[in-house]
Design a binder for this molecule. Structure first.
Ligand code: ATP
Ligand code: MG
Length: 360
C-alpha cells in the first residue's frame, strides 16, 4: 500500500504538452479513476506513475518519498494495459509466474504465490492452458494475476476492459472492484467510459487537454460538476447545456423569452450571460409550466426507447435538448409541451470561464 502525490506535473513531447501542471493526491488503498477523452493525457500520466516516463517538471511521491527519478523496477508498481499481451508460448502458470522468475525467486515461493492469486481470480483450473485456449475475460484475469503476483504497492490499469464485450465488462469490473478493496492496493484506473468510472471509482479525476478539471466522488462529479466539460462528458445522455442571456428581468434562451425567477437572478449575480445546465432525468414535459421551475415551450423532435426509459429529444428553436422520461409517458413527434426543470436541479456556469457559478 502507498499513497501517491503528483506535484505540479508537466510532461511535454517536443511541442506537445501532454500534461499541464497536474496536482493530485491519492490516498492509501484508494481506487482512483482517471476519466477523459482520447488524447487527454491519461496514458501519459500512468507511464509517469510507473516510471516509464520522466516528467518535464514536477515531482512524484510514494508515501511521502520522492520517486521521480526511480526506474520502473524500483517502484513496485503493477501494470495492466489494454492490450494485455500474454506470452503466447507460455502456459498460464508461466505467464503469471514470469515477473517472479525474472527476480529469480525460489520455485516453492513462486508456486505458492501463483496459486494464491489464481485462486483469488478463479483461474486455478486454467493454469495448464495456453493463452489462445482462453476466452477474452479469462485472458484479462490472467493479466491481472500477473500484475498482482508481484504484490505491488500500486496497481495501474489502462483501459483494461476495452477489449471485452459489454456484459463481460460489467462482470469483470465488479470483480476488480471487490479484489481491489480486499487487497486494498492503491489503484489508478484509466477509462474514457464515464459509466464505468461512476460505477467503480472511490474518486474520479476528470482530465481534458492535459489538465485536471475536477477530482471528486462519483456523486460530486455527477451532481456538482465544477465545469461545463464535466457536465457535458459525464452521464448518458450527458447534461444539457444552454447559453442564456439575461436583461435583469427576462431570460432569452435560443431566441425564446421567459420571465427570470428572482432566485435564479440571485444565483447568477445578475450576470448578462451564463450557461444553464441540467441532467436529462431532471426535465419534465408537461402541458403547463409548474411553480418554482424554469419552464420553456418546446416541440418533440424524436423519441428513442431504451426499455425502462425513453430519451425524448425536444427542440426549443434551433437548440436540441434531451430529456429522460419513464416509458409509460407517451409523446409524439411534433407535439408542443413545456419543458420544466426545478430550480434546485439547475447547474449554472460562467459563460466565459465555463466554471460553476454556485455549488450548493
Ligand atoms: N511519445 C509521444 N510523443 C509525442 N506525443 C505524444 C507521445 N505520447 C503521447 N503523446 C501526445 O500526448 C497527448 C496525450 O496522449 P495520451 O496517450 O496520454 O492520451 P490518452 O488520454 O491516453 O488517449 P487515449 O484515450 O486515446 O488512449 C496526445 O496529444 C498524444 O498525441
Ligand atoms: Mg491511452
Amino acid at each position: 500500500m502507498a499513497s501517491i502525490v503528483l506535484e505540479n506535473i508537466t510532461k511535454r513531447f517536443g511541442k506537445v504538452t501532454a500534461l499541464d501542471g497536474v496536482n493530485l493526491q491519492i490516498d492509501d488503498g484508494e481506487f482512483i479513476v482517471l476519466l477523459g477523452p482520447s488524447g487527454s493525457g491519461k496514458t501519459t500520466l500512468m507511464y509517469l506513475i510507473a516510471g516509464i516516463y520522466r516528467p518535464t517538471s514536477g515531482r512524484i511521491l510514494f508515501d511521502g518519498k520522492d520517486v521521480t527519478n526511480l526506474s520502473p523496477k524500483d517502484r513496485n508498481v503493477g501494470l495492466v494495459f489494454q492490450n494485455w499481451a500474454l506470452y503466447p508460448h507460455m502456459k498460464v502458470f508461466e505467464n503469471i509466474a514470469f515477473p517472479l522468475t525474472l527476480k529469480k525467486m525460489d520455485k516453492r515461493t513462486i508456486q505458492e504465490r501463483v496459486h494464491q492469486v489464481a485462486s483469488m481470480l478463479k483461474i486455478e483450473a486454467l493454469l495448464e492452458r495456453y493463452p489462445w485456449q482462453l476466452s477474452g475475460g479469462q485472458q484479462q484475469r490472467v493479466a491481472i494475476a500477473r500484475a498482482l503476483v508481484k504484490q505491488p504497492q500500486i496497481l495501474l490499469f489502462d483501459e483494461p476492459l476495452s477489449n471485452l464485450d459489454a456484459l463481460l465488462r460489467i462482470g469483470v469490473r465488479t470483480e476488480l472492484k471487490r479484489l481491489q478493496k480486499n487487497l486494498s492496493i492503491t489503484s489508478v484506473y484509466v477509462t474514457h467510459d464515464q459509466a464505468e468510472a461512476l460505477a467503480i471509482a472511490d474518486r474520479i479525476a476528470v482530465i481534458n487537454n492535459g489538465k485536471l478539471i475536477q477530482v471528486g466522488t462519483p456523486e460530486e462529479i455527477y451532481y456538482q460538476p465544477k465545469h461545463t466539460f464535466v457536465a457535458g462528458f459525464v452521464g448518458n445522455p450527458p447534461a444539457n447545456l444552454l447559453t442564456v442571456e439575461s436583461d435583469g428581468t427576462r431570460l432569452t434562451i435560443d431566441g425564446k423569452s421567459l420571465e427570470a425567477p428572482i432566485e435564479l437572478l440571485h444565483r447568477i449575480s445578475n450576470k448578462r450571460r451564463f450557461v444553464l445546465g441540467f441532467r436529462p432525468e431532471k426535465g419534465v414535459l408537461l402541458d403547463h409550466i409548474t411553480e418554482n421551475t424554469v419552464g420553456i415551450e418546446v416541440q418533440i423532435y424524436e423519441v428513442e426507447s431504451m426499455g425502462r426509459e425513453q430519451i425524448v429529444t425536444v427542440s426549443i428553436e434551433q437548440t436540441m435538448v434531451k430529456v429522460l422520461r419513464p416509458s409509460e409517458e407517451k409523446f409524439h413527434v411534433g407535439q408542443k409541451l413545456f419543458l420544466c426543470v426545478e430550480m434546485k436541479d439547475l447547474m449554472l456556469f460562467d459563460f466565459d470561464t465555463n466554471e460553476a457559478l454556485d455549488l450548493h
